[in-house]
Design a protein around this ligand. Structure first.
Ligand code: C5P
Length: 230
């Protein structure tokens, strides 16, 4: 059992800054990192590769069980590999995000990914980011953060992030896609995007990355690092 290993769960909508904050906090605390969104993106990517329909629940769950998923490297130099191929960039476009969001509504896919996600909980600790880290995957996490920001601010951030990665993007289209994905993620019956009852809600619209990160580190020091005697 690894229940003694501390977990910081960071959930929130697309573009709220979860990934950046999770990476920064994990680096500062020297904790492991789980980017659970990348898993749903990987499944969507593999489904497209293998010609499996986005609503074929049985075939998709079987696909999850045979995929070889590997995160290589540490901190900001992580690359994502699927069946031996480097797909780090290929899974980042918005089409893949949207397909991931559709597939993520299928209960069999979510349960096929559950044990794999829990396997990331290793000493000295884990920072996990996604939509259901605090509600479903790590309900006993010592610190749960629900990170939000206005849709306009999130579209701006995603625009900059994708531009920096060399993608050709349009801000208005991104805003529409973010709103559509919010709707899909919050309205689905299985593991919808919702703050855990015991989560600390942080609105990052008017905050810098450093301010959010400092607040999370402060909460971590109060809630779990002191609790584990570190
Ligand atoms: O966070 P990211 O944008 O990479 O996630 C892609 C999609 O995967 C999300 O829109 C969401 O539907 C799904 N997802 C999920 N549960 C998670 C992480 C991501 O349903 N824990």
């Amino acid at each position: 059992m690894n229940a003694a290993v501390p977990v910081i769960a960071i959930d929130g909508p697309s573009g709220s800054g979860k990934g950046t904050i999770a990476l920064g906090v994990a680096s500062r605390l020297q904790f492991h990192l789980l980017d659970s969104g990348a898993l749903y993106r990987l499944v969507a990517h593999a489904a497209r590769r293998d010609g499996i329909a986005e609503d074929d629940e049985t075939a998709l769950a079987a696909l999850v069980r045979r995929l070889a998923i590997e995160f290589r490297g540490r901190a900001d130099a992580v690359s994502v590999h699927l069946d031996g191929a480097d797909v780090t960039l290929a899974i980042r476009d918005e089409a893949c995000g949207m397909a991931a969001s559709k597939i993520a509504g299928l209960a069999a896919v979510r349960s096929a990914l559950l044990a794999f996600q829990r396997g990331f909980r290793r000493a000295p600790g884990l920072v996990a980011d996604g939509r259901d880290m605090g509600t479903v995957v790590f309900p006993d996490a010592g610190l749960k953060i629900f990170l939000t920001a206005s849709a306009e601010e999130r579209a701006q951030r995603r625009y900059k992030q994708l531009k920096d990665k060399g993608f050709d993007v349009n801000l208005r289209a991104l805003l529409r896609e973010i709103e559509a994905r919010d709707l899909q993620d919050t309205q689905r019956p299985v593991a919808p995007l919702v703050a855990a009852a015991d989560a600390v809600v942080l609105d990052s619209t008017a905050l810098t990355i450093d301010q959010v990160q400092d607040r999370v580190l402060e909460l971590a020091a109060q809630r779990l690092i002191s609790a584990s005697g570190r």
